[in-house]
Design a protein around this ligand. Sequence first.
Ligand code: CAA
Length: 255
Amino acid sequence: MSNIIIEREGAVVIARLNRPKALNALNTSLLDELLEKLQPLDNDPTVGCFVITGSERAFAAGADIKEMEQKSYLDMFQEDFFGAWEAFTALRTPKIAAVSGYALGGGCELSMMCDIIYASESAKFAQPEIKLGVIPGIGGTQRLTKLIGKVKALDLILTGRMMNAQEALQAGLVARIFPKEELLDRTIEIAHQIASYSKPSLIAAVEAVDRALELGLREGLLFERRVFHALFATKDQKEGMKAFIEKRQPAFVGG
Ligand code: CAA
């Protein structure tokens, strides 16, 4: 059985995690398959947005504890365990996580590796690794802290408690909440809107916003301005501005 089900709707690609018996626990073969399927699509100029989703019960209940349990320090170190997730974050097509049910440990971290998180009312986010005698290992201590602040991140990481969708919305982790039966359709609708824009400007926008979490303000502003300048090398900038002046919809070509 495939761990990842891919559907394509025009410029939008939906990747559904599909290990229902393990509540979509993230093991190595699931990650390999996710990358194998998304990497070629990432380079496809006709793909404008990825939607990553799970089931109604679980987005993903974490890294696969059964896969990790018997590993030694040396195994983890030599395999650079979790290091391969960097290739997921390196995908340049905008990624939206549509989260229902459990987004725990690696599941919460996977949602934060995406560029936007939309949640249904049933979503539950947690970093429960402390209960397993470890700490988050795919970015939980870093991304969660940058997204919701140190105090709230530590409240979650040190207790391992679950945060519901409303709390996640208030904390700034989740962008919007939709009723659970509408979550995927609404997310796909937004993904289509995003995908209708110029792909170089989408990539540039994500890269610039990501720099805001990493650089000081002066460097970040300079990066933004230089990338803004660079977009004037694209046909899409000419088309976007001309279309506005001519009071018509732009026809972006992705270059
Ligand atoms: N890894 C492996 N298997 C998992 C899993 C995980 N993270 N989460 C759930 N499963 C499996 C269960 O073992 C169970 O399998 P069996 O039927 O073979 O026993 C199946 O999924 C269903 O789970 P439950 O019977 O436990 O279902 P529940 O409804 O009683 O509880 C739950 C649901 C609260 C999500 C519970 O499964 C749970 O607490 N899961 C673990 C959550 C967790 O600790 N996640 C962090 C993992 S470590 C990590 O992610 C490290 C990191 O930084 C990346």
